[in-house]
Unconditional design. Structure first.
Length: 235
Protein backbone atom coordinates (compact mmCIF):
# COMPACT_ATOMS: atom_id res chain seq x y z
CA UNK A 1 0.00 0.00 0.00
CA UNK A 2 1.54 3.26 -1.09
CA UNK A 3 1.52 6.08 1.38
CA UNK A 4 -0.94 8.87 0.70
CA UNK A 5 1.45 11.51 1.99
CA UNK A 6 2.22 14.35 -0.39
CA UNK A 7 4.98 16.94 -0.10
CA UNK A 8 4.55 20.61 -0.99
CA UNK A 9 6.11 24.03 -0.65
CA UNK A 10 4.20 27.09 0.52
CA UNK A 11 5.88 30.44 0.05
CA UNK A 12 4.92 33.11 2.57
CA UNK A 13 6.74 36.45 2.43
CA UNK A 14 9.67 34.87 0.61
CA UNK A 15 10.12 32.26 3.30
CA UNK A 16 9.73 28.70 2.04
CA UNK A 17 7.68 26.61 4.42
CA UNK A 18 7.65 22.87 3.85
CA UNK A 19 4.44 21.11 4.75
CA UNK A 20 2.90 17.70 4.34
CA UNK A 21 -0.51 17.13 2.80
CA UNK A 22 -1.66 13.93 4.45
CA UNK A 23 -5.00 12.25 4.56
CA UNK A 24 -7.12 14.09 5.25
CA UNK A 25 -5.57 17.40 4.04
CA UNK A 26 -4.94 19.96 6.79
CA UNK A 27 -6.23 17.62 9.52
CA UNK A 28 -2.93 17.25 11.34
CA UNK A 29 -1.37 20.53 10.21
CA UNK A 30 -4.13 23.00 9.33
CA UNK A 31 -3.05 25.94 7.18
CA UNK A 32 -4.89 29.14 6.47
CA UNK A 33 -4.88 29.68 2.71
CA UNK A 34 -6.35 32.85 1.26
CA UNK A 35 -6.89 33.51 -2.47
CA UNK A 36 -3.80 35.71 -2.39
CA UNK A 37 -1.61 32.84 -1.25
CA UNK A 38 -0.16 30.83 -4.11
CA UNK A 39 1.21 27.40 -3.44
CA UNK A 40 2.46 24.52 -5.50
CA UNK A 41 1.97 20.88 -4.60
CA UNK A 42 4.92 18.76 -5.69
CA UNK A 43 3.65 15.19 -5.70
CA UNK A 44 6.48 12.73 -5.33
CA UNK A 45 4.72 9.40 -5.75
CA UNK A 46 4.54 7.48 -9.01
CA UNK A 47 1.85 9.74 -10.49
CA UNK A 48 4.72 11.35 -12.40
CA UNK A 49 4.75 8.39 -14.80
CA UNK A 50 1.44 6.65 -14.09
CA UNK A 51 -1.38 6.63 -16.60
CA UNK A 52 -4.82 7.85 -15.62
CA UNK A 53 -6.01 4.23 -15.56
CA UNK A 54 -3.27 3.27 -13.12
CA UNK A 55 -4.21 6.16 -10.84
CA UNK A 56 -7.90 5.29 -10.93
CA UNK A 57 -7.24 1.61 -10.26
CA UNK A 58 -4.87 2.48 -7.41
CA UNK A 59 -7.68 4.46 -5.77
CA UNK A 60 -10.05 1.54 -6.25
CA UNK A 61 -7.70 -0.83 -4.45
CA UNK A 62 -7.30 1.67 -1.62
CA UNK A 63 -11.06 1.93 -1.16
CA UNK A 64 -11.30 -1.85 -0.98
CA UNK A 65 -8.49 -1.90 1.57
CA UNK A 66 -10.14 0.74 3.76
CA UNK A 67 -13.39 -1.19 3.74
CA UNK A 68 -11.50 -4.35 4.68
CA UNK A 69 -9.80 -2.48 7.53
CA UNK A 70 -13.21 -1.30 8.75
CA UNK A 71 -14.49 -4.89 8.74
CA UNK A 72 -11.49 -6.16 10.69
CA UNK A 73 -11.50 -3.31 13.22
CA UNK A 74 -11.95 -4.54 16.78
CA UNK A 75 -12.99 -1.27 18.45
CA UNK A 76 -15.57 1.40 17.78
CA UNK A 77 -12.77 3.95 17.47
CA UNK A 78 -11.03 1.96 14.73
CA UNK A 79 -14.27 1.37 12.87
CA UNK A 80 -15.00 5.09 12.89
CA UNK A 81 -11.48 5.96 11.72
CA UNK A 82 -11.55 3.58 8.75
CA UNK A 83 -15.10 4.61 7.82
CA UNK A 84 -13.90 8.23 7.78
CA UNK A 85 -10.85 7.29 5.72
CA UNK A 86 -13.08 5.51 3.21
CA UNK A 87 -15.48 8.45 3.02
CA UNK A 88 -12.63 10.93 2.57
CA UNK A 89 -11.08 8.99 -0.30
CA UNK A 90 -14.32 8.11 -2.09
CA UNK A 91 -15.51 11.73 -2.11
CA UNK A 92 -12.20 12.95 -3.55
CA UNK A 93 -11.93 10.11 -6.04
CA UNK A 94 -15.46 10.66 -7.36
CA UNK A 95 -14.97 14.40 -7.78
CA UNK A 96 -11.63 13.83 -9.50
CA UNK A 97 -13.19 11.47 -12.02
CA UNK A 98 -16.06 13.86 -12.73
CA UNK A 99 -13.73 16.83 -13.25
CA UNK A 100 -10.93 15.12 -15.17
CA UNK A 101 -11.76 11.63 -16.45
CA UNK A 102 -15.34 11.92 -17.67
CA UNK A 103 -14.78 15.12 -19.70
CA UNK A 104 -11.82 13.30 -21.29
CA UNK A 105 -14.10 10.38 -22.18
CA UNK A 106 -16.38 12.83 -23.99
CA UNK A 107 -13.49 14.57 -25.71
CA UNK A 108 -11.66 11.51 -27.02
CA UNK A 109 -14.41 8.92 -27.44
CA UNK A 110 -17.08 11.14 -28.95
CA UNK A 111 -20.72 10.08 -28.68
CA UNK A 112 -19.77 6.76 -27.10
CA UNK A 113 -17.63 8.57 -24.56
CA UNK A 114 -20.53 10.83 -23.64
CA UNK A 115 -22.75 7.81 -23.10
CA UNK A 116 -20.09 6.14 -20.91
CA UNK A 117 -19.59 9.35 -18.92
CA UNK A 118 -23.32 9.85 -18.39
CA UNK A 119 -23.74 6.26 -17.19
CA UNK A 120 -20.79 6.61 -14.81
CA UNK A 121 -22.14 9.92 -13.48
CA UNK A 122 -25.48 8.26 -12.77
CA UNK A 123 -23.72 5.51 -10.82
CA UNK A 124 -21.72 8.15 -8.97
CA UNK A 125 -24.88 9.96 -7.96
CA UNK A 126 -26.28 6.77 -6.47
CA UNK A 127 -23.03 6.20 -4.59
CA UNK A 128 -23.03 9.80 -3.34
CA UNK A 129 -26.54 9.41 -1.99
CA UNK A 130 -25.53 6.19 -0.23
CA UNK A 131 -22.39 7.81 1.17
CA UNK A 132 -24.42 10.84 2.30
CA UNK A 133 -26.71 8.53 4.25
CA UNK A 134 -23.73 6.64 5.67
CA UNK A 135 -22.08 9.87 6.83
CA UNK A 136 -25.19 10.71 8.82
CA UNK A 137 -25.39 7.33 10.49
CA UNK A 138 -23.38 6.65 13.62
CA UNK A 139 -20.89 3.83 13.31
CA UNK A 140 -22.57 2.19 16.33
CA UNK A 141 -25.98 2.21 14.65
CA UNK A 142 -27.20 -1.29 13.77
CA UNK A 143 -27.93 -0.09 10.22
CA UNK A 144 -24.39 1.18 9.60
CA UNK A 145 -22.81 -2.16 8.53
CA UNK A 146 -25.70 -2.86 6.16
CA UNK A 147 -25.50 0.59 4.56
CA UNK A 148 -21.73 0.34 4.21
CA UNK A 149 -21.93 -3.17 2.72
CA UNK A 150 -24.50 -2.11 0.10
CA UNK A 151 -22.39 0.90 -0.87
CA UNK A 152 -19.30 -1.28 -1.26
CA UNK A 153 -21.15 -3.89 -3.30
CA UNK A 154 -22.43 -1.25 -5.72
CA UNK A 155 -18.99 0.37 -5.91
CA UNK A 156 -17.36 -2.94 -6.78
CA UNK A 157 -19.74 -3.36 -9.71
CA UNK A 158 -18.98 0.19 -10.88
CA UNK A 159 -15.22 -0.22 -10.44
CA UNK A 160 -15.14 -3.54 -12.28
CA UNK A 161 -16.93 -2.08 -15.28
CA UNK A 162 -14.72 0.99 -15.25
CA UNK A 163 -11.51 -1.01 -15.07
CA UNK A 164 -12.40 -3.77 -17.54
CA UNK A 165 -14.33 -1.75 -20.13
CA UNK A 166 -14.27 2.05 -19.90
CA UNK A 167 -10.60 2.57 -19.09
CA UNK A 168 -9.38 -0.10 -21.51
CA UNK A 169 -11.27 1.54 -24.37
CA UNK A 170 -10.12 4.99 -23.31
CA UNK A 171 -6.41 4.12 -23.06
CA UNK A 172 -6.53 2.59 -26.54
CA UNK A 173 -7.78 5.92 -27.92
CA UNK A 174 -5.15 8.27 -26.49
CA UNK A 175 -1.32 8.50 -26.42
CA UNK A 176 0.36 7.40 -23.21
CA UNK A 177 1.70 10.92 -22.73
CA UNK A 178 -1.84 12.31 -22.66
CA UNK A 179 -2.89 9.62 -20.19
CA UNK A 180 0.04 10.58 -17.94
CA UNK A 181 -0.94 14.24 -18.17
CA UNK A 182 -4.49 13.37 -17.16
CA UNK A 183 -3.13 11.35 -14.23
CA UNK A 184 -1.30 14.42 -12.96
CA UNK A 185 -4.41 16.56 -13.34
CA UNK A 186 -6.45 13.94 -11.51
CA UNK A 187 -4.09 13.91 -8.53
CA UNK A 188 -3.87 17.72 -8.39
CA UNK A 189 -7.64 18.03 -8.57
CA UNK A 190 -8.14 15.64 -5.65
CA UNK A 191 -6.22 18.03 -3.39
CA UNK A 192 -8.86 20.76 -3.72
CA UNK A 193 -12.22 19.01 -4.01
CA UNK A 194 -14.76 18.31 -1.23
CA UNK A 195 -14.02 15.44 1.14
CA UNK A 196 -17.65 14.64 1.91
CA UNK A 197 -20.65 13.63 -0.15
CA UNK A 198 -22.70 16.38 -1.81
CA UNK A 199 -25.34 14.62 -3.93
CA UNK A 200 -27.01 17.88 -4.94
CA UNK A 201 -23.79 19.41 -6.31
CA UNK A 202 -23.35 19.44 -10.11
CA UNK A 203 -21.37 16.50 -11.53
CA UNK A 204 -20.50 18.30 -14.76
CA UNK A 205 -20.38 21.83 -16.06
CA UNK A 206 -16.73 22.88 -16.05
CA UNK A 207 -16.20 26.17 -14.24
CA UNK A 208 -19.59 26.02 -12.52
CA UNK A 209 -18.82 22.56 -11.16
CA UNK A 210 -15.38 23.71 -10.02
CA UNK A 211 -16.88 26.72 -8.24
CA UNK A 212 -19.41 24.55 -6.43
CA UNK A 213 -16.70 22.16 -5.32
CA UNK A 214 -14.33 24.88 -4.18
CA UNK A 215 -17.14 26.41 -2.13
CA UNK A 216 -17.80 23.17 -0.26
CA UNK A 217 -14.21 21.98 0.13
CA UNK A 218 -13.04 24.41 2.89
CA UNK A 219 -16.03 23.54 5.07
CA UNK A 220 -15.43 19.82 4.55
CA UNK A 221 -11.76 20.18 5.44
CA UNK A 222 -12.63 22.15 8.55
CA UNK A 223 -14.99 19.37 9.64
CA UNK A 224 -12.25 16.83 8.92
CA UNK A 225 -10.07 18.57 11.49
CA UNK A 226 -12.53 17.44 14.15
CA UNK A 227 -12.90 13.89 12.83
CA UNK A 228 -10.78 10.88 13.67
CA UNK A 229 -8.67 9.09 11.07
CA UNK A 230 -6.18 6.20 11.16
CA UNK A 231 -2.58 7.01 12.00
CA UNK A 232 -0.54 7.76 8.88
CA UNK A 233 1.63 4.67 9.27
CA UNK A 234 -1.45 2.43 9.21
CA UNK A 235 -2.63 3.74 5.85
Amino acid sequence: MQSLARRGILSLKNRPVTFSITRPPFTQHPLTLTPARLFVVNMSHSAVSNTISEEIIRDHRELEEYYSKYLSATTEKEQNEWANQFRWELARHSAGEELVLYPAFEKYLGAEGKQIADEDRAEHLEAKEQLYQLERTNVTDSNFPTLFKKLMEDLRTHMKSEEEKDLVKFEAAIPREESQSLAKSFQRTKQFVPTRSHPSAPDKGGLFQNAAGLAAAPIDKLRDMFSSFPEQEKV
